[in-house]
Design a protein around this ligand. Structure first.
Ligand SMILES: *Cc1c(COP(=O)(O)O)cnc(C)c1O
Length: 354
């Protein structure tokens, strides 16, 4: 990261940090003191700046509001025992942000804007990276259309912003999931591989229907036949059957998760057999029925690993083995946590120190 960009800085008059109870933070409710913004105007990114986190003005006609012309990323910063701020695989989030941006007819975000914006923001708000065990600073970079024009066309003006919020220790309770056989999250030719706003809003309703029936999350299946498993909620999904790690192969209906990629890399490094392929609902249900489904979990930045305790399909619910007995998912979770906190060697070169 070289310092070439001219980022103007307007500091907050009085930090809000003393009002935060870091032992008790609700996800997404508390934002740190500053935010980073750059504008895309007349074909150029300009006005890179750090300002106090506050409400902002946008046009009521903005296509971001009307047509979901927005893309986002999610990553985390961690504070190590010696006070260093580590970020995990931020280059992957940068690549993916541009994959999403292209799909939404947005200009490419230059690398210096992303890296220097991120670095400057984390430096000014470094106190906000909590050091309580299990906590982190969630980082949300996003780009949205800032046109003042309600017609449907590729937008001309955009904002790139980064906001951050401290997140509490995430003691993920094992989840109950339902395999969805009517609603879909993504279809071939659609935008499921992108983190764009328009993929997430419509998924809330079917998830709510499942929650009303006592499930925590949905397992999404393919949009054509509901025959293949795709993802779980907003996480990638993985299974251990006969000692093999099995996960749906990437494609345009599946988000290319960085946690997914990291878990697979570690599994391969440990010599575990890994299969990335189409995963049939029938196969998973049969394995669960026969007691051969050793482990099932979601993989994503928020929870890292979310153990699945129960899988519902049609009118049946299948209970999975106790979480304490799950060798792989517990071990890989500990490995990732230790890497992020600098407790073990960064053998894949995934950590950047700010
Ligand atoms: C963000 C996301 C994931 C997980 O990606 P990570 O990079 O591991 O956080 C998986 N599926 C969906 C739909 C997502 O939005």
């Amino acid at each position: 990261m070289t310092e070439t960009l001219n980022i103007s800085v307007k500091k907050i008059a009085q930090s809000k940090i003393s009002q935060v109870d870091f032992k008790n933070i609700q996800f997404g409710k508390t934002y740190s003191d500053h935010m980073f913004t750059a504008d895309y105007i007349d074909g150029e990114w300009k006005n890179a700046r750090i300002e106090p986190y506050e409400m902002m003005h946008i046009s009521p006609a903005s296509p971001a509001l009307h047509y979901g012309i927005s893309v986002f990323e999610g990553l985390k910063a961690f504070k190590t025992a010696d006070g260093v701020v580590n970020i995990f695989r931020a280059d992957k989030n940068f690549e993916r942000l541009n994959v999403s941006a292209e799909r939404m007819c947005m200009p490419r975000l230059p690398a210096d804007l992303y890296y220097e914006g991120l670095k400057a923001l984390l430096e000014i708000d470094s106190e906000w990276v909590p050091d309580v065990e299990g906590t982190s600073l969630y980082i949300r970079p996003f780009i949205f259309s800032n046109d003042d024009y309600i017609g449907i066309r590729p937008s001309l003006n955009f904002k790139f912003m980064i906001i951050t919020c401290p997140v509490g220790a995430y003691y993920a309770k094992p989840v109950k999931v339902k395999i969805e056989d009517h609603y879909v999250r993504a279809v071939e030719g659609g935008s499921g591989y992108c983190k764009t706003g328009c993929n997430y809003g419509p998924a809330i309703y079917p998830a709510k229907l499942a929650q009303d029936k006592g499930y925590d999350q949905l397992v999404w299946t393919d949009g054509k036949e509901h025959k293949y498993i795709e993802e779980s909620g907003t996480m990638n999904i993985m299974f251990v059957i006969d000692g093999k790690l099995i996960t749906p192969a990437l494609g345009d209906t599946i988000l290319n998760g960085i946690t997914r990629n990291s878990v697979l890399a570690i599994a391969r490094d440990w010599g575990m057999e890994v299969e990335e392929r189409k995963v049939e609902v029938a196969e998973v249900v049969a394995a669960a029925r026969e007691g051969k489904l050793e482990e099932a979990f979601g993989a994503g930045t928020a929870a890292t690993i979310a153990h699945i305790q129960q899988i519902g399909y049609k009118d049946e619910d299948f209970e999975l083995p106790p979480v304490e007995n799950r060798k792989f998912s517990n071990k890989v979770l500990a490995e990732l946590d230790n890497m992020k906190l600098g407790k073990i060697e960064d053998r894949f070169n995934w950590i950047t120190k700010i």
